[in-house]
Design a protein around this ligand. Sequence first.
Ligand SMILES: [Zn+2]
Ligand SMILES: [Zn+2]
Length: 132
Amino acid sequence: MVSSRSTKYTQAIVAVLMELKHATNAELLERLHGQFPELSATTVHRATARMADSGTIAEAPADTQGSMRYDANVKPHDHFTCTSCGGIRDIDIVDDVLPMLTNALGDCRVTGRLLIHGSCEKCHVKLSKSQV
Ligand SMILES: [Zn+2]
Ligand SMILES: [Zn+2]
């Protein structure tokens, strides 16, 4: 049974995720709490799990605390994540580097998408300033 209530939440969750591009359940709840004070963590958790199952949204690499993060972009893609602030952005490089990786790996095959770690522009600038 799908109540109009849960549809309302589901649509709101998707809208916030589209805006944030990647978000944990906690981040989604935080953003939606002003609009829906009665919204519970369980409801968000159930809605995102159901949408990830049906392919409406995708699973993204976990954040720095290991929390599950969801992705508004359901097309397969690679990610860059900042080890300082945990920020994440979409990149698409696997096709370009696959021949190189396959070569280096020998008999092993790359089947998943890539997650590149580093320092985002914001953190990079902050780091290089504090080092001066
Ligand atoms: Zn950063
Ligand atoms: Zn993504």
